[in-house]
Ligand binder design. Structure first.
Ligand SMILES: Cc1cc2nc3c(=O)[nH]c(=O)nc-3n(C[C@H](O)[C@H](O)[C@H](O)COP(=O)(O)OP(=O)(O)OC[C@H]3O[C@@H](n4cnc5c(N)ncnc54)[C@H](O)[C@@H]3O)c2cc1C
Length: 490
């Protein structure tokens, strides 16, 4: 008996689920539903699955085809849900390759390395403090131990109650780290979540310290995708179709309507009836669908969706250079103090398609990222600043000619502003049989980004399959609380 047959809901139930949005959250939800034998249709507006982690075909001037994405993504080892999803189509995780080092580059050649750190707190913290040239013994008495301890005291209730109305900047100021140490150790980390420190919840930042570092038993290490992201999503699409899911790409949901038996979803040319709906959209797309759908959603849910914010834009600039970067350059490096540049990747060291191009042409494919970009900056200004950052980090690129480039600026990553947590919507909504999934959805434990998308997708599907008497998938994350959680005074 196959897994899906074993878990299939009883025959004759009129359950028909429409999942709206084919990013990681929507794909994860559809996977569990299809595996349990539920009739499910996945609607995706774009011509490809994957959303912000997806890839699309492009062609260089010389006719070579390649895949373009929103760029570099780190697949952390504690992304248990994402790894379980990938294992469905790649049991050995052969699409992923470990990233051994992940240096952090600062101005004037400053460098930190996170190689071979102990996995567990507090040994990892002690080792970073020991290693970093930015922190001297004489600085330590000035650092606020009490506030620093909050990083090791994450608790899903208490941390938000104490810190959600404070900004990440205010919290980092309270730590009183020397400016250079703060820049190298904290600013890059805070920026990785796309939100500017001044508008980012300190509680969310503390949750991120817990999830990625202090509460993470896997250590601060990650893998990268060896192939273009499209390879993963093509495999997942085939898997879903094999399991009976209907996938409609290039088909946006235009409107959601409530009916006595559930919902009606309008798409260009057709209308689908659904008993259950999973909305697995980015924040701007969700807000728009909510706006045009009028009273299909109840007023409480509408207000919560309306209150969701979108953070500042991010920029991705992929450069095809006529020569190689120096051989010692890391495949991926975080950067700080180099203008708006947040990280720099050398793509031929990451994935095979770029390696092929580099071997054929003798050039390098370098990708520059900037997060939380000032929205008043135009393309020219962003590019000038990124180029300066690249030249400072990798001086050999000053003489390189840009043979071709791809540039994109988007604004669709969720905001985590101070105070948002109390009104942030959860997977389960106030509207019966309507669920939310995505990297903005509130969870009762720490999670983020791709993993949050997959976990909320799994949880939305679990709610539906459990209602049908089928077995849910396991939901796993890092330990719920930090080592010092509940300690008095922290
Ligand atoms: C530059 C960049 C770098 C990143 N790096 C990392 C990283 O290193 N590690 C990490 O964990 N995460 C990273 N992320 C974040 C990660 O990409 C996201 O958290 C994750 O992909 C979000 O998935 P999602 O399913 O919640 O949303 P999305 O991927 O946004 O999916 C929503 C889907 O809905 C579709 N849609 C929109 N409107 C409609 C409609 N009306 N009808 C039907 N479909 C619709 C969209 O096309 C999209 O496919 C990065 C993101 C960016 C932008």
């Amino acid at each position: 008996m196959t897994d899906s047959a074993r878990h299939a809901p009883s025959r004759g139930t009129p359950t028909r689920v429409v999942v709206i949005g084919g990013g990681l959250a929507g794909v994860a939800a559809t996977t569990v539903l299809a595996e349990r034998g539920v009739e499910v249709t996945l609607l995706e507006a774009e011509r490809f699955l994957g959303g912000r982690a997806g890839a699309w075909s492009d062609r260089l001037a010389d006719g070579t085809s390649f895949h373009m994405e929103r760029g570099f993504h780190a697949f952390f080892r504690q992304y248990y849900g994402l790894r379980a999803l990938i294992r469905r189509v790649d049991p050995e995780l052969s699409l992923l390759a470990p990233m051994d080092d992940y240096p952090l580059l600062g101005p004037d050649g400053r460098k930190e390395s996170f190689t071979n750190l102990p996995r567990r707190a507090p040994f990892n913290v002690l080792e970073i403090v020991r290693r970093t040239p930015t922190l001297k013994m004489r600085d330590l008495p000035h650092v606020s131990g009490l506030h620093a301890a909050a990083m090791m005291a994450f608790d899903p209730e208490r941390t938000y109650a104490r810190w959600d109305r404070v900004t990440a900047k205010e919290y980092l100021d309270l730590l009183r780290f020397p400016a250079e140490a703060r820049q190298m150790l904290f600013d890059v980390f805070a920026h990785s979540f796309f939100n500017p420190e001044e508008e980012y919840s300190a509680a969310e930042l503390l949750a991120m310290f817990h999830f990625y570092f202090l509460g993470n038993p896997e250590g601060l290490v990650f893998d990268v995708m060896k192939r273009p992201f499209s390879v993963l999503f093509e495999k997942l699409e085939a898997y879903l179709r094999e399991h009976g899911a209907e996938i409609r790409i290039g088909t946006p949901a235009e409107r959601l309507m409530a009916t006595p038996n559930g919902f009606r979803v309008q798409t260009p040319g057709t209308t689908l009836e659904a008993s259950h709906v999973v909305l697995a959209l980015s924040v701007p797309a969700l807000k728009e669908l909510c706006r045009v759908s009028g009273d299909a959603l109840d007023p409480i849910l509408r207000a919560r969706i309306d209150a969701l914010g979108v953070t500042l834009p991010f920029a991705v600039w992929r450069l095809f250079l006529d020569r190689k970067v120096a051989p010692e350059r890391a495949p991926f490096a975080g950067t700080t103090g180099l203008g708006i540049l947040d990280n720099i990747s050398v793509f031929e060291k990451l994935e095979d398609e770029s390696r092929g191009w580099s071997e054929r042409t003798g050039g390098s494919i370098v990708e520059l990222h900037a997060y939380a970009v000032d929205p008043t900056w135009d393309e020219e200004r962003i590019k000038e600043d990124l180029l300066r950052g690249m030249h400072a980090a990798y001086p050999e690129t000053k003489d390189a000619r840009i043979v071709e480039d791809r540039f994109l600026v988007r604004r669709d990553c969720p905001a985590f502003r101070p105070g948002d947590q109390s009104v942030r919507p959860t997977v389960e909504t106030t509207k019966r049989n309507l669920y939310l999934a995505g990297d903005f959805v509130k969870l009762p434990f720490a999670s983020a980004l791709m993993e949050r998308a997959v976990t909320t997708g799994f949880m939305a599907a679990n709610r539906i399959v459990v209602g049908l008497g089928a077995k849910p998938v396991d939901i796993r994350s890092v330990p719920a609380r930090g080592l010092l959680a509940g300690a008095p005074g922290i």
